[in-house]
Design a protein around this ligand. Sequence first.
Ligand code: GLN
Length: 554
Amino acid sequence: MSMKRARAGHKYIFVIGGVMSAVGKGIATASLGKLLTARGLAVNLVKIDPYLNVDAGTMNPIEHGEVFVLDSGLETDQDMGNYERFLGRDLGADDYMTSGMVYQSVIARERNLEYDGKCVETIPHVRDEVIARLERAAKKSGSDVSVVEIGGTVGDFQNELFIDAARVMHLMNPKDVLFVMVSYLPVPGTVGEMKTKPTQNAVRLLNSYGVQPDILLARSTMPLDKKRKEKLAISCSVAPEHIISAPDVASIYDVPLNFERDKLSDTLLGLLGKHPRQSPDLSEWKEFAEHAHNGQGKVKIGIVGKYFDTGDFVLSDAYISVIEAIKFSAYAAGVKPEIAWINAKDIQSSAQPVESLAQYDGIIVPGGFGETGIEGKIMAARFARENKLPYFGLCYGLQLLVIEYARHVVDLKDANTTEINPKTPHPVIDILPDQREKLARKDYGGSMRLGAYPCTLSKGTLAHEAYGKEDISERHRHRYEINPVYVEQLEKAGLVFSGRWQDGNLKEIAELPKSVHPFYLGTQFHPELRARPLSPHPLFNAFIEAARERSRAR
Ligand code: GLN
């Protein structure tokens, strides 16, 4: 890319991590976006993942957390979910890139003879591709500012390419590019004092790449004091007013409000030379964030899943959008959600009796793949149905609801999904012919129904009542479907298919009428991916409402 080609005027803020990972760089990035939006600017948030996977779809959720699917169908990192939730809007496929994706397009171009016989190299060709993608994302989103999170930590071999792309963009248009370092300041238990040295070293390391941070976000368990702020300022060459204290907070939604205490949006706008709205409009957000702290009463929600045990630790990252969706609806209803993890394997082996589910006000069976704990989830669905316990099935949770109904109400013995038992006499959940071809070719990366699809709701159903309209659009990520062959039989036995995708002739929602059960509903799509702080998801609202009724009746 020649220096001339770069488009001046559009602003970029690069967020880079120092010292260690998992200190909230994603939330910091989302919060910067939130603050700039609150000042009246149009913002797109970009995540760069330095791994070679072409998308996040093939990664294990226990290790990598949830796969977040965009409208376009792109499978991305869970940070993109936080971005959409903080910004309150959909992001595009161009707002996400991985090293694999970038290299793949450069290599495809090379194979296509598009480099005129030149030697194709990481620098400049791959770096130029990174820059071109960032410019395209900015253009397509029509934003004023792009906030770009570079995954990993400074010093990682893997993200050097991206830091270098940022350096070159700064070189081309110094006034348009800012660097924010999110660093960690440990407070060692034995010392009891906050230490700045690791951050000093991280900044020096970033300097060695030719990049100087403009802003430091000082993550720690406690607030940054004056003495350490001055020390960091002088050793890192960052103005003290550009060093923002970022202590741990009870709720991630407090982070933008906390940043604003140090007047971060003023600093950003000053450095970017932008002067829109005088003070940030965060009133709705503040109100929402306060609900997180002061709900009246509570609802106990059990999540029956499998992606949480790793060694001796329980991780909930695999279900982050589900958790946040529950919170938004609970906050909106003015109640505190109490979320419990129920391992489906324990239900299946009776290590935890299925009857113990009665203690919850509602249960959710979220998305999943494969055989582990499957019978435990089916037992949970049956228990919920027979005991009028609110049940919300998301994707796999819908498929298992249908299997349960087929087995125990329609009496189709051994009904199953062909994902688990390809030889089942009753494949009530089955794969569609074109997906089957892809699987036969072992083309797993492209074998799913992904992204937003329209869905038509039937009047007089729970789903229609919740959404208050007939036409909706929701995001998918699955290979299997409700087998059309069994629909009539299931309907005759009382199951209502309240949502359908007309073009594909597929059923997307199954439910029991309210006269039979307070809330028994499953969706083939993932409604949790569309839940936002200021616009909670209608189906989660209805589920929480049913759970609240149950908790009141106790
Ligand atoms: N394993 C199921 C399928 O592939 C469900 C997927 C999911 O829950 N996301 O269809």
